[in-house]
Design a protein around this ligand. Structure first.
Ligand code: 6CS
Length: 312
């Protein structure tokens, strides 16, 4: 059988590496009875299109992220909150898989026809811009491209910025044409999408971690035998273990390559500068709970509890 696997990034990206690793594992575990065809972004539409195809079962497997699922699974806007996950990447990776909050959140995905097979951090979200941003005041009137999620918008409004949703594949040209002043993404993406060519500054701001979600269509999942399901989960777990080191390496080497190959200035925010953003971001937590209700509140509380525990 052939399974279709779509993700939201270009070849060689974190999501693509995850997908390729999963493909390799499941094809081996099933002695070639399963064949996985991986489609990067653009081939089956953008991130939002792919979520739709996955929900209705036109494709079996996919990687999406809370930014593109936020209007369908409102509780997942949790990960669009800033200064939430621990700064330590290993701990963040552990939490997004093991926190009890994730059992509650995964149930919400199931209600939206998506069976979650794994969560993984892809890197720290960094701002790039046509000017340096070191305080919330610098964001005043700044048009920042973000994904189309209400909590992401609210987060940048809290800094005084003007968040503008634009599809991923159109960000480069929008920056080039000065339709926007900046954007936010992990370093590996800033490199492979060549945003460094059309931006003067990159802020090592670390306000959030970009997380990816590996999901299966629920009907497809239900149609598998117990034995096949166990193998799919085994392959997903192998991809999940692999991606932690792979994404760290990729983000590190691409930071070095940006430093070498571009004249984009890199601005490292001090702890004091970061704390001004952290403070400004706190009311967005209330927005999240007010907008999405009791279960969202429980998920947030549980995650915050587990973040505290893992940092002890
Ligand atoms: O900013 C975006 O829209 C995209 N960024 C990444 C790193 N992955 C997929 C997502 O759609």
């Amino acid at each position: 059988v052939e399974w279709t696997f779509a993700h939201e990034e270009v070849q060689g990206s974190v999501q693509d590496r995850y997908a390729q690793k999963f493909k390799e594992e499941i094809e081996e575990l099933t002695d070639g009875a399963v064949n996985v065809k991986v489609y990067p972004v653009g081939q089956l539409g953008d991130g939002a299109n792919q979520v739709e195809l996955l929900q209705n079962g036109a494709i079996q497997l996919g990687i999406n992220n809370p930014g593109s699922v936020g209007t369908l699974v409102p509780e997942t806007n949790l990960f669009s909150l800033h200064f939430l996950l621990p700064a330590d990447m290993d701990k963040a990776h552990e939490l997004v898989n093991d926190s009890e909050a994730m059992d509650m959140l995964n149930q919400k995905y199931l209600d939206a026809n998506m069976k979650v097979l794994g969560w993984f951090p892809e890197g720290y979200q960094m701002w790039t811009g046509n000017k340096a941003i070191t305080s919330p005041e610098d964001f005043d009137g700044f048009k920042i491209r973000t994904m189309a999620s209400p909590v992401i918008s609210e987060s940048y409004k809290a800094y005084g910025a003007d968040p503008t949703p634009i599809p991923y594949m159109e960000v480069y040209s929008s920056l080039q044409l000065n339709m926007i002043d900046g954007q936010v993404n992990p370093i590996f993406a800033i490199e492979e999408m060549k945003f460094y060519e059309v931006q003067d500054y990159m802020m090592l701001s670390n306000q959030a971690i970009f997380v990816g979600t590996f999901v299966a269509n629920d009907m497809f999942w239900d149609s598998l035998s117990d034995e096949r399901r166990a193998k799919v989960q085994e392959a997903a777990d192998a991809a999940n273990d692999y991606i932690l080191g792979a994404q760290k390496d990729l983000n590190n080497t691409r930071l070095e390559s940006i430093k070498e190959n571009s004249d984009m200035e890199i601005v490292e925010l001090t702890e004091e500068q970061r704390s001004a953003f952290k403070e400004a971001s706190q009311p967005v937590r209330d927005f999240y709970v007010e907008q999405y209700g009791e279960d969202a509140g429980k998920i947030l509380d549980q995650l915050l509890k587990d973040v505290e525990a893992i940092q002890q």
